[in-house]
Design a protein around this ligand. Structure first.
Ligand code: IPE
Ligand code: IPE
Ligand code: MG
Length: 246
């Protein structure tokens, strides 16, 4: 089956889309540099791309979209860049509160929000609880998220339950362990997309992506439009997923 139809449009079968797409939103800084702009302008443009892609995913019927917005390692960046990213998150969430009734998207945060400014944390909690009633599309925003951190937390919680006599180590299964992750109850992503040209996970969804299909593109996140998403979906649909079988 050809991947591209007329006018080079990616050919997607919208009747068998992945249930869960995950995106490493990378390349904002390089996008800005290429235009002679400050890195923060790239983050602002990236936030707009997020809006476009989240809306498109909802419209085509994607059930779960998980986006990597800020990693446990991103604190290494200059304080001014970190605070600009937090400021953009705040702006986005205030708009999400304003548009919630119209957009009808459920938001969930993955990651330990404790190091965030208190006002921003409160806003995250508010957005998550107020949008919990919406069904259809769930957007998981990973903030101060790290795959290793997530696994260590789940292991610690399990060990504490064992020490308290609530659970037994020998009875632990993969399914049960996964209930201790931020993604508890959510199917694993069938597709992980990384724009920006790098071909690594950078600590994203390490447990959940065990059998995900990966799609890498040199397009920077601020330039990643609907057609880029369709290309990723077409590539995903051309893959043969074997899960260790034949
Ligand atoms: C991704 O873009 C955004 C965050 C990591 C917060 P980058 O800021 O990493 O952009 P590049 O990789 O430097 O181009
Ligand atoms: C991954 O991008 C994190 C996010 C997109 C939030 P990075 O830019 O931090 O990853 P590295 O440093 O290139 O691995
Ligand atoms: Mg980067």
């Amino acid at each position: 089956m050809p991947l591209f139809g007329k006018k080079e449009e990616a050919k997607v079968d919208f009747s068998c889309l992945p249930r869960h797409i995950a995106i490493i939103m990378d390349g904002n800084g390089r996008w800005a540099k290429g235009r002679g702009l400050p890195r923060t302008a790239g983050h602002a443009a990236g936030a707009e791309t997020f809006r476009t892609i989240a809306t498109y995913c909802r419209d085509i019927g994607i059930q779960y979209l998980t986006v990597y917005a800020f990693s446990t390692e991103n604190w290494k960046r200059p304080a001014q860049e970190v605070s600009a990213i937090m400021g953009l998150l705040r702006k986005y969430l205030l708009e999400a509160v304003r548009d919630m009734e119209k957009e009808k998207v459920r938001f969930v945060f993955f990651g330990d929000l404790t190091p965030l400014p208190e006002e921003l944390r409160q806003l995250c909690r508010e957005v998550q609880s107020d949008s919990a009633r919406f069904e259809g599309c769930q957007v998981n925003i990973c903030v101060n998220y790290g795959g290793r951190d997530e696994i260590v937390r789940a292991a610690k919680a399990f060990a504490a339950d064992c020490a308290a006599g609530k659970r037994k180590a020998e009875e632990l299964t993969e399914e049960e362990f996964s209930l201790g992750l931020w993604s508890a109850g959510i199917p694993d992503p069938e597709l992980v997309i990384r724009p920006g040209g790098e071909e690594r996970t950078s600590n994203f969804l390490l447990w959940q992506s065990a059998y995900s299909e990966f799609y890498f593109t040199d397009v920077n996140w601020p330039d990643f439009g609907k057609e880029e998403l369709r290309k990723a979906l077409a590539a995903y649909q051309s893959r043969s997923r074997r899960f260790g079988g034949i």
